[in-house]
Design a protein around this ligand. Sequence first.
Ligand SMILES: [Zn+2]
Length: 128
Amino acid sequence: MEFYTAVNCMDGRVQLPVITYLQNRFGATYVDMITEPGPNRLLADQTDPALTGSILNRIKISVEKHASGGIAVVGHYDCAGNPASEEKQFAQTRKAVELIRKEYPGLDIIGLWVDENWEVRQLQLDDR
Ligand SMILES: [Zn+2]
């Protein structure tokens, strides 16, 4: 596949780690980056319908125009946009993944966590 999609934080510290992870893991050439401050919280809580719609619309462009092979929702350590605990962020990321799965049941939708060393790992969302 050429493209993969990331719903990532705007934080500059997590851009390259997420791109590199998705390239290595899925063989993506390009990563379409959809950024907001703490997007896992925004998609889990959906307190701003316009913003939720904006994120979903950008995912749609990536999926439909770039034939993206999958979508990752990212949470990270020391997030200014989402000060929730790591455990709470996992729950939010799981909720966000479930929301996107409803829109794209045929696509691989995963949750990622970027830790205090800026290392990326996939959340085993179904286990928690
Ligand atoms: Zn952040």
